[in-house]
Design a protein around this ligand. Structure first.
Ligand code: PRP
Ligand code: URA
Length: 210
């Protein structure tokens, strides 16, 4: 069954990079690099919803009816594991602003705990792209979008490398207006709230804290 407003990437390059990311033998340095490369490809897809405006550009030869972005971009990563997607996103559009939200899951309840938020003065009028490698129970991403909406973000998309079906459904129920672009959709969550088969703990694998 499909989850509304969820697109799952089918690009062979993304599939190959996710296979390597899932592999338990992949070391942290490669894990971070792959996460950044996947972020570029998912980000590119998710940003296809950005508003544009026509502009006449002068080339050295003639004028050319061109297309420019009509919105400022703000990229938001959820600490800690989202940091591994930051470099990729900033390569995609170096002029974007970058915001951070710190959220971790309470290990007993699996509910999100917010501990940090740093934003540009306003998100109004911006296209806000939220990134986190994992959408597991969905609690962290739902909370992050609650925070973004409380700061006047209206036009958003969320990218994640692996989504669970349960997490994607919970996210859609809470935020049906926010499209999700995932690299893969896994069917199961285990009793500890980990995605199965997933890739393990993204933050620990990224930063070598396993
Ligand atoms: C991971 C991941 C997400 C969250 C997803 O973070 O990066 O933020 O879990 O789980 P959820 O969908 O069930 O909320 P974690 O809590 O491990 O924190 P960390 O990145 O600081 O290690
Ligand atoms: N967070 C992770 O890093 N991995 C999971 O599978 C679930 C939550």
């Amino acid at each position: 069954m499909t989850v509304p407003n969820l697109s799952v990437c089918k690009h062979p390059l993304v599939l190959d990079k996710i296979a390597r990311l899932r592999d338990r033998k992949t070391v942290s340095a490669d894990f971070r690099r792959l996460a950044g490369e996947i972020a570029i490809m998912l980000g590119c897809e998710a940003l296809s919803g950005v508003k544009t405006k026509p502009e006449l550009v002068r080339t050295p030869i003639d004028t050319c009816e061109s297309v420019r972005l009509a919105q400022e971009l703000t990229f938001v990563t959820i600490l800690r594991a989202g940091l591994g997607m930051t470099d990729g996103l900033m390569k995609l559009e170096p002029n974007a602003r970058l915001a951070h939200i710190g959220i971790y899951r309470n290990e007993d309840t699996l509910e999100p705990v917010r501990y940090y938020a740093r934003f540009p003065q306003t998100l109004a009028g911006n296209f806000v792209l939220l990134a986190d490698p994992m959408l597991a129970t969905g609690g962290s991403a739902v909370e992050a979008v609650n925070i973004l909406k409380s700061r006047d973000a209206k036009h958003m998309a969320f990218i994640c490398i692996i989504a669970s079906r349960a997490g994607a459904k919970r996210f859609h129920q809470a935020h049906p207006d926010v499209p999700v672009c995932a690299g893969a959709l896994d069917e199961t969550l285990n009793e500890n709230g980990y995605i199965v088969p997933g890739l393990g703990d993204a933050g620990d694998r990224m930063f070598g804290t396993v």
